[in-house]
Ligand binder design. Structure first.
Ligand code: FE
Length: 128
């Protein structure tokens, strides 16, 4: 999608985060304290990225997951701001999602995907 179309489609914070490697302020996003059952999709292209049963409370103010849906995300080295971090992006559209750290829950993967709420859209699991 062209830059102009994306600017029209996405709100300013979502554009900044997903297209300019931005970060939403902690404790401001819509999903950091979300606990509902469902799946989280890329807010730009709609690819499924995370499942709610891999989400945990990290205390950081950003949605945190210990696992991504297989092959839905790509990792890159990010050395912005003098920090060596692992950037996480959508494997389909390249949208910036957040960063991956190795201080996640030891009982599961030990990984912490620290993701911006505005990079995600939650679709609730339909109740049957
Ligand atoms: Fe995407």
């Amino acid at each position: 999608m062209q830059k102009k179309e994306l600017q029209k489609k996405l709100d300013p914070m979502t554009y900044h985060v997903t297209q300019e490697q931005g970060t939403e302020p902690a404790f401001t996003g819509k999903y950091w304290k979300e606990h509902a059952d469902g799946s989280y999709y890329c807010s730009v292209c709609g690819q499924k990225l995370f499942e709610s049963d891999t989400k945990f409370d990290s205390g950081t103010g950003w949605p945190s997951f210990d696992k991504a849906v297989p092959s839905s995300v790509e990792m890159h080295q990010d050395e912005h701001y003098g920090m060596k971090r692992t950037e996480v992006s959508c494997s389909k559209c390249g949208a910036h999602l957040g960063h991956l750290f190795d201080d996640g829950p030891k009982a599961t993967t030990g990984q912490r995907f620290c993701i911006n709420s505005c990079s995600l859209n939650l679709k609730l699991k339909s109740k049957k």
